[in-house]
Design a protein around this ligand. Structure first.
Ligand code: 1JT
Length: 264
C-alpha cells in the first residue's frame, strides 16, 4: 500500500463524477483514512452517501469563502484526528457567464469571488491545516492549462488558476523547511458537475480527444491515481510542481490532420 493509515482530508467532492471523488477512492484503496468536506446543504445531501460508501471517518461542512467556516471545519477535524498527512484541494468557483464570450466584460465582483474561492482558499486552508501537518505531509490542488495558455471560454478561471499555480509555488517554498510538499495536477478536461454547465464543453472534449498525444481524453480515475503518487512517498522529491495529467495535450502545438499515420 502506498498511503497506509495516512489521514487524507479531501475537499471538493460534489458527486460520483468529481475528480476529488476519484482521488478519495484511490487513496482509500491505498490504505488512507478519509474525511470529506462539503460547502453547503445542497451538496451535503450528495456527499453523505458517498462518504458512507467509502467508510469515511467524517463529513464536515467547509465553505472556503468564509474564514469562520474554515475554522469550524478544522475544530471538527481535530475531534477525529490529531494530524493530517494529505490535503486534497479540488474546488473552484466562477459565475457561468464568466466562462463564455468576452473576457473583457468580467466584473470586479466576479473576479473577486472566483479568485477568492479558487485560489485564496488554498492559502487559507493550508494555514489552518499546518499545525496538524508534520514532515512528509503532502498538499495537492487541481489546475488547468488555461492558467498559462489561452483556452477559449476558460476566461476568468484561467486567471484564477494562474493565481492558484503561483500560490502552489510560494506555499511550496514556505513549507519546504517543514518537509511539507505542495503540488498541483493540471488535469485535461473531465465531464464533471463543474464542467457540465459550460457551453461547448462537449466539443472541447472532442477536440482534445483528437489532438492529445494519446488521442483520447483522460478520466477522473487517472487524476486520482496521480494524486496517490503526489500524496505518497513515491514523490518525496517533488514540490512546487504543476504535474500534467492530460494525455500529453499540453506538450503539443499542432496536429496536421492529413499527416501520414503515426507508427503503431
Ligand atoms: C470551474 C468550472 C473550474 C469548470 C471548470 C473548472 N476547471 C475546469 N473546468 C472545466 C472547463 C471549463 C471551461 C473550459 C474548459 C474546461 C465551472 C465553474 C466552477 C469553476 O473552457 C475551455 C469553460
Amino acid at each position: 500500500m502506498l498511503t497506509p493509515n495516512k489521514r487524507a482530508l479531501i475537499m471538493g467532492v460534489a458527486n460520483e463524477r468529481s475528480i476529488a471523488w476519484a482521488a478519495a477512492q484511490r487513496l482509500k484503496l491505498q490504505g488512507a483514512e478519509i474525511i470529506l468536506t462539503y460547502p453547503n446543504d445542497a451538496i451535503k445531501k450528495r456527499v453523505e452517501p458517498l462518504a458512507a460508501e467509502l467508510g469515511a471517518k467524517a463529513v464536515i461542512e467547509c465553505d472556503v469563502s468564509s474564514d469562520a467556516s474554515i475554522t469550524r471545519c478544522f475544530e471538527q477535524i481535530k475531534k477525529h484526528w490529531d494530524h493530517i498527512d494529505i490535503l486534497v484541494h479540488s474546488l473552484a468557483f466562477a459565475d457561468k457567464q464568466d466562462l463564455e464570450g468576452a473576457f473583457v466584460t468580467t466584473s470586479r465582483e466576479s473576479f473577486r469571488k472566483a479568485l477568492d474561492v479558487s485560489a485564496y482558499s488554498l492559502i487559507a486552508v493550508t494555514r489552518e491545516a499546518l499545525p496538524l501537518m508534520k514532515s512528509g505531509s503532502s498538499i495537492i490542488t487541481m489546475t488547468y492549462l488555461g492558467a498559462t495558455k489561452v483556452i477559449q471560454n476558460y476566461n476568468l478561471m484561467g486567471v484564477a488558476k494562474a493565481a492558484l499555480e503561483a500560490c502552489v509555488r510560494y506555499l511550496a517554498w514556505d513549507l519546504g523547511s517543514k518537509g511539507i510538499r505542495v503540488n498541483a495536477i493540471s488535469a485535461g478536461p473531465v465531464k464533471t458537475l463543474a464542467a457540465s454547465g459550460v457551453r461547448g464543453f462537449r466539443s472541447l472534449l472532442d477536440s482534445v480527444g483528437q489532438m492529445s498525444a494519446l488521442q483520447r481524453n483522460i478520466t477522473a480515475d487517472e487524476v486520482g491515481k496521480s494524486t496517490v503518487y503526489l500524496a505518497s512517498d513515491l514523490s518525496s522529491g517533488v514540490t512546487g510542481e504543476i504535474h500534467f495529467v492530460d494525455a500529453g495535450f499540453n506538450t503539443g502545438a499542432l496536429r496536421v490532420p492529413d499527416a501520414k499515420p503515426q507508427a503503431d
